[in-house]
Write a new protein. Structure first.
Length: 566
């Protein structure tokens, strides 16, 4: 079939005419691409969640005790998310992993995997409930703060967004690869993000430098160190895209008789102890490449180089020490900094984090945004959310005040009202008579008729008047907030400060500018006798610097050192 041939395929745009195959394929693939971008892989800038995460939290709303994860997975699949059970359970597990989420939204009970890549137990064994941080996403959902839409079969309602009280897209970060896009948002500290969001709301023209004074950089769940220079961090946050250099945190532990060892307590985000041990094992015991029978000379030299430095590596992590990777040196006389530099260069103890702040904006379009723009857009969402919440509370306040005023009117003429209700044939007639004779509204008449006789006769005028005054004061305060944009923003900023005080914690990731690890190996220059010795020396000095440059090792020649074995 050539390019001009058509298939008996139809599209909504061309009626009954046959469409070229490339047009049909383009139309079908476009729908798939839009689905992956908007409905699967990219988080919303408003609540920082992907659709499956939002549906899981909404389905679990109200759960205060642990329940089987199988129950939640089935409810999410049956009501809101008609996809695979394994992918839904993986999303639930991710929300509960403290090494993946800076502020886990789900509290798990059972085996939920480990940072070493161990798989979680099946959902029939594990249990879960919402964590305290989920209150920041779900507490206001019943106050008219967000829109609802029909689910995939039209039988249930689900929220379009969650009314996030904090920018969770920055707090917990996100990772996704939809069609034509990718996102990798690092996690940040709650206190810092809340303060930065409040600053941007208060100062709409805030600059990047002002925000970076509050948020110096990411704050990963596992801690570690961020050693990128400030200018590199600034460029990444300004463009919404960049590469940050992360480094493990370790200490020298002194032992008896002058012995020592290195203990790694924190790793770069996404790196596990298993990964580091496998990398060291691959250096010490290299294997031939694909299609090769023997290892290369470079692999042999690197093997000898590592074996000269490291004696053993052990993972001593337990419940008391969540991460404890012990590295034993070959000799206590060697330099600890030199040994760690060699491992930092050749393993993931030092690695780069590719940051990409791509979101679905409030306009529904995917876009890479700098941190200031992201905070500003979230601030607009939060202000709108609080405005809707205030309007909802005002409506509820006025509705209750209307009922209280009706009861006060009934209290003043309680005997006549009781006679009128008793004389009526049914509740419908009683409501009409109350509206006609005493000028009650329909809602007031409905409330009075629905009161039992004992409640009606025990109406307390003093308490009703106190409630009326309280409601009138509340109504005035709510109207003042809605009528003044500054007061509305002041309320949002105050709530951010309260949430930061209640839920915030200290920073885990140390930010300290440093240089990428390098290794210096000493190479000796010795006078050689004879033609053969001279040729041998020339061969050593030509090959070794070449190998060194390939592995990132810098050579410096000194007369008191021995050359490496060829």
């Amino acid at each position: 079939m050539d390019d001009t041939q058509t298939l008996d395929l139809f599209t909504p745009d061309n009626g009954d005419e046959a469409a070229p195959i490339e047009q049909h394929a383009s139309h079908a693939y476009l729908g798939y691409a839009v689905s992956t971008v908007k409905s699967r892989a990219l988080p919303e800038i408003a609540d920082g969640l992907k659709p499956v995460q939002r549906r899981i939290l909404f389905a679990m709303d109200g759960s205060t005790t642990f329940s089987k994860c199988a129950r939640y997975v089935g409810e999410v699949l049956g009501k809101y998310h008609p996809h695979g059970d394994s992918s839904t359970y993986e999303a639930l597990v991710h929300l509960a992993q403290p090494f993946s989420m800076r502020y886990p939204l789900i509290e798990g009970q059972g085996n939920f995997g480990s940072r070493d890549g161990d798989a979680p137990a099946a959902y029939r064994y594990t249990e879960a409930r919402l964590s305290r941080f989920s209150e920041l996403l779900l507490a206001e959902i019943g106050e008219g703060t967000v829109d609802f839409q029909k689910n995939y079969d039209g039988k249930f309602q689900e929220p379009v967004l969650l009314p996030a009280r904090l920018p969770f897209g920055l707090l917990n970060g996100s990772f996704g690869i939809p069609v034509g896009f990718s996102t990798r948002i690092p996690s940040h500290n709650l206190k810092e993000v809340a303060a930065a969001a409040a600053y941007v709301i208060k100062h709409p023209r805030a600059k990047l430098e002002d925000v970076l004074e509050i948020i110096p950089g990411p704050d990963f769940p596992g801690g570690g160190q961020l050693i990128s220079p400030p200018e590199e961090i600034r460029q990444a946050y300004e463009a919404g895209r960049g590469s940050l250099l992360l480094k493990a945190k370790y200490d020298k532990e002194s032992l008896a008789r002058g012995q020592w060892r290195i203990v790694v307590t924190e790793l770069p985000h996404g790196v596990s102890t298993k990964q580091v041990m496998e990398e060291i094992e691959a250096l010490a015991n290299p294997k031939p490449g694909f299609g090769k029978k023997e290892v290369t000379q470079e692999q042999k030299r690197l093997k000898q180089f590592i074996l000269d430095q490291v004696e053993a590596v052990r993972d001593e992590s337990d419940r008391k020490s969540r991460l404890r990777l012990v590295i034993e040196p070959r000799s206590s006389r060697q330099d600890p900094d030199e040994m760690m530099a060699s491992l930092l260069v050749h393993t993931s103890l030092e690695s780069r984090y590719a940051m990409n702040l791509t979101w679905l904006g409030r306009d529904g379009l995917p876009e890479t945004k700098g941190i200031v723009e992201a905070l500003r857009e979230w601030g607009e969402f939060r202000v709108d959310t609080v405005r809707r919440r205030t309007q909802f509370r005002l409506g509820r306040c006025e509705e209750r005040l209307h009922i209280v005023m009706g009861r006060l009117m009934a209290f003043a003429k309680i005997d006549e009202i009781i006679k009128l209700i008793r004389a009526s044939e049914d509740q419908g007639e009683a409501r009409k008579n109350l509206q006609t004779k005493f000028k009650f509204s329909e809602k007031q008449a409905e409330d009075i008729v629905n009161l039992r006789l004992g409640q009606l006769t025990r109406l307390d005028g003093v308490k009703l008047n106190e409630e009326r005054k309280t409601l009138e004061a509340e109504r005035k305060g709510l109207k003042d907030i809605l009528g003044n944009e500054k007061e509305l923003k002041k309320l949002v900023i105050a709530e951010l400060a309260d949430d930061a005080k209640k839920y915030g914690d200290e920073r885990r990731t140390l930010i300290k500018a440093g240089e990428r690890a390098q290794i210096e190996r000493r190479v000796v220059e010795e006078p050689c006798r004879g033609r053969a010795g001279s040729a041998r020396a020339r061969g050593m000095l030509s090959i070794y610097p070449l190998w060194a440059s390939r592995t990132g090792i810098h050579c410096c020649r000194r007369s008191n050192a021995r050359p490496p074995t060829r």
